[in-house]
Write a protein that binds this ligand. Structure first.
Ligand code: MIG
Length: 797
């Protein structure tokens, strides 16, 4: 009889013993115990990498997560020897390494503990599968909260949870389903107002326990590979987020149209149906930029082909749609139909590009096309080949690609068996090491192809699976959700969490993928998604014939849905500016309240409210017939968007939630730039940029970023950043504007709308010239003035 207990299934645990010697090489330090070596690499004064060679031999120092540009910042650092510890210091942190057992204690310069090992690094032989299981355990600090980890559909604060990363096709996932599609082994800790992050760069199955097994211990481990993690000190959580993208890379600016509204379905076909949908948008004047084609556009689900029956003339279709202002995005899966008459299969076979099992047989599995083989994207030659396959599609006029099924998903088996072999850029590894980066590298190769063949246009890629760092080339959607009210909250927390995990460009299937929303649920979902960087309706309704378009639920709902999609388009300059902050500094676009007000404990367990950028605070309405909602507003003053009523922050307020409205607040002092109403981003020359300014007695700053919205001119100075400073008092409003950049924007005018003035204004002063305000300058609750684009100062008194 076989006895299974944790001690017989796994071998004994090994713990490092005392440090025998140490050495410094540039910004690397090495500490040797009898078995283990610890490498400490100083990357900046706040970022340090810890890497452990369990038995004295480091593995190849290679990562698919880190940005090619990861550079060390030249900083002050040094080492001191004490009786019990070594201390490595920078200008921001101190790291104590215990002489007895390598355990770490990291403090700030005042000696306050940021993060502390419990047992720290340890390991054991993985008896069933070979290799080692590598662990690290940390002491949970008093009141500590945890955030991050990608797309987990659970409470934002992860304290008490245990979660794992092993990309999975999680059809119809629910709250707490784990793992899901993405693998982002990066988390934040927050205690005593001090925030830090830990990025465990390991592509094996990784697990995280935030006090679930033992209340006061946080640990993370992997079933293979190395203990290799980056420690990032904040203390602001948003600074941690920014530093994380210094390691894993920032997103490029997308084409502006990708921030417009997108319409998808499994599937729109034949082409007549696609044309009808497009025409319907324009007829009803509901803005839309993108139509997606799901798998039925292909010939027998063969990637890179078009169904002759349903899409006899794709170039003609795409051209006609383009004339109406629509871009076409198509789906591409990894499964290549095993069909000897299919050129891509033939070429891949000839060149030996498909994954094989350990015994040399091909990794075959059924997906949509029937029996398939799968490119080994971990091989750079295969990635180049894959990139080249997009040429024809893009020549046909396709402007974006949607990568699906890349966990990888296989019918029956679920995913690849663990024995499948992968090149892993020359390392030759099993699927255990490559699973979590399969979809990551597929989307990377896809994006490289788009970038090459779409030049000078910017690429647009959506992927379902990925690893840390995919923000450099792809956006994501949250996968196969359900048309249920609970899924609104799930969509909200998933997008917030993805955003603080480096991936801001995310959205959910609006209305739910599985099932049928009613008009109210669909409307509430549109409202939430108006504030998600990726805004796309999608549904699986081929069999039932159910329609999920903005007009599918009757005129009452259509009217409101249209108003919110219009609002999305008016907000584009704000959204794009927020994207630029993300792209430039790595600042998450969606910010959970704890990230906005980390010294306010009321925010730690809140998941319903979030900020989009610097000015907008949003919450969704989560139930049918809901009449009001309690919203927690962080410190500061907030205007309720729909009536400009001013609320004091630092408290919970109750907001009525009629269907035409949702909890949406603007931070006092903000300048929110708006476009006029448009049907799609390139519809017409924008001749005026509207500035909605919200009075505040506190001085505030805001930014507007602008460029051509496509192409790469912005990398050569063809962009503008306009900064606003609002300094007002009880009798006078004052806005100063500073302009930097060389981009020739099309508009010459600003219409400035000032909300919330606490005094009765009679005149305004533009760059020193005084004008009387007359009746035309007043509208409900606002004072409005038309100014030249070049104005530098506006005073209202
Ligand atoms: O097995 O392409 O998540 O968005 O519509 C289902 C068909 C495959 C799953 C994706 C979904 C897509 C669907 N795909």
């Amino acid at each position: 009889m076989q006895v299974t207990s944790s001690s017989s299934k796994y071998s004994v645990k090994h713990y490092p013993d005392n440090i025998r010697k140490w050495q410094k090489e540039g910004n690397y330090f090495y500490f040797y115990t009898s078995e283990t070596i610890l490498e400490v690499r100083i990357i900046s004064d706040k970022i340090v990498r810890f890497r452990y060679a369990a038995d004295g031999k480091f593995q190849r120092d290679f990562s698919y997560a880190t940005s090619e540009r990861l550079e060390e910042s030249p900083v002050n650092f040094g080492i001191r020897e004490f009786e019990e510890v070594f201390e490595i210091y920078t200008d921001m942190i101190r790291i104590w390494i215990a002489r007895d057992n390598l355990r770490l204690t990291i403090t700030d310069t005042e000696g306050r503990i940021i993060n502390q090992d419990e047992m720290g690094f340890h390991w054991q032989h993985y008896l069933q599968k070979g290799g080692k299981i590598v662990y690290c355990s940390k002491q949970i600090q008093e009141g500590e909260c945890f955030f991050g980890l990608g797309d987990k559909p659970t409470d934002l604060n992860l304290r008490g949870k245990r979660l794992e990363n092993y990309g999975t096709d999680a059809y119809g996932f629910q709250k707490d389903t784990d793992p899901l599609y993405r693998n982002i082994p990066f988390y934040y800790g927050l205690h005593h107002g001090i925030g830090y992050g830990i990025f465990f760069d390991n592509t094996f199955r990784t697990l995280f326990d935030f006090g679930h097994e033992r209340e006061e211990v946080c640990s993370f481990w992997a079933r293979g590979g190395e203990m290799n993690y980056y420690f990032i000190y904040g203390p602001a959580l948003l600074q941690v987020a920014e530093a994380y993208t210094k390691i894993t890379g920032t997103a490029e600016l997308p084409p502006l149209w990708a921030l417009g509204y997108q319409q998808c379905r499994w599937s729109y076909f034949p082409e007549k149906r696609v044309r009808e949908i497009a025409a319907e948008f324009r007829k009803r004047q509901i803005p839309c930029d993108v139509i997606h084609l799901d798998i039925d556009y292909m010939e027998g689900f063969r990637c890179f082909t078009w169904s002759k029956e349903y899409f006899p003339d794709p170039a003609g279709l795409i051209k006609d749609l383009a004339a109406e202002g629509f871009k076409v995005v198509v789906i591409i899966d990894p499964g290549i139909k095993a069909d000897p008459d299919y050129d891509i299969y033939k070429e891949g076979m000839e060149k030996d590009y498909f994954c094989k099992r350990a015994d040399g047989a091909f990794m075959e599995g059924d997906v949509w096309p029937g029996k398939c083989v799968f490119p080994d994207y971990t091989d750079p030659k295969v990635r180049d080949w894959w990139s080249s396959l997009f040429k024809d599609l893009l020549d046909t006029g396709v402007r974006g690609v949607w990568n699906d099924m890349n966990e990888p998903a296989v019918f029956e088996m679920g995913t690849f068996p663990e024995d499948v072999r992968h090149d892993y850029d020359g390392e030759d590894v099993s699927h255990r090491k490559a699973h979590n980066i399969y979809g990551h590298l597929m989307s990377k190769a896809t994006a490289a192809g788009l970038k090459k063949y779409l030049m000078p246009n910017r690429p647009f890629v959506i992927t379902r699976s990925c690893y840390a760092g995919a923000q450099r080339w792809a956006s994501v959607w949250t996968g196969d959700n359900v048309s249920e009210w609970d899924h609104l909250w799930l969509a909200s927390v998933q997008c917030q969490r993805l955003s603080v995990s480096g991936i801001s460009f995310a959205g959910s299937d609006i209305g739910g993928f599985i099932g049928e929303p009613d008009g109210e649920l669909y409307t509430r979902w549109i409202q939430l998604a108006t504030f998600h960087p990726l805004m796309r309706t999608h549904s699986a309704s081929n069999e039932t014939g159910f329609n999920q378009e903005p007009w599918s639920f009757g005129s009452k709902y259509e009217f409101i849905v249209k108003r919110f999609i219009q609002m999305r388009y008016r907000l584009l300059p704000y959204l794009y500016t927020t994207f630029w902050q993300y792209s430039h500094y790595g600042t998450p676009m969606l910010r959970p309240l704890a990230f906005v007000a980390q010294n306010d404990e009321h925010t730690y367990n809140r998941s319903h409210e979030f900020m989009l950028g610097d000015a907008l605070l949003i919450s969704h309405v989560e139930a049918a017939g809901m009449k009001e909602k309690e919203i927690y507003l962080p410190a500061g003053q907030w205007y309720y968007f729909f009536n400009d009523k001013l609320y004091e922050g630092g408290q919970t307020v109750t907001i009525a939630t009629p269907l035409e409205e949702m909890p949406l607040f603007i931070k006092a002092g903000a300048v929110v730039p708006n476009y006029p109403n448009i049907q799609y981003v390139d519809e017409k020359l924008i001749d005026e940029m509207i500035l909605n300014v919200y009075y505040s007695e506190q001085p505030t700053r805001s930014t507007l970023y602008e460029d051509a919205g496509d192409h790469y001119g912005y990398k050569n100075g063809q962009s503008n950043t306009i900064s606003f400073k609002q300094v007002s008092d009880k009798q006078q409003f004052r806005l100063k504007k500073k302009f930097f950049g060389q981009y020739e924007a099309g508009y010459k005018k600003h219409r400035v709308l000032i909300h919330g003035l606490p005094f009765k204004a009679t005149e305004y002063v533009v760059d020193g010239k005084v004008f009387k305000l007359n009746a035309r300058n007043f509208a409900v609750g606002v004072v409005k003035v038309a100014l030249e684009r070049k104005f530098e100062e506006l005073i209202i008194r």
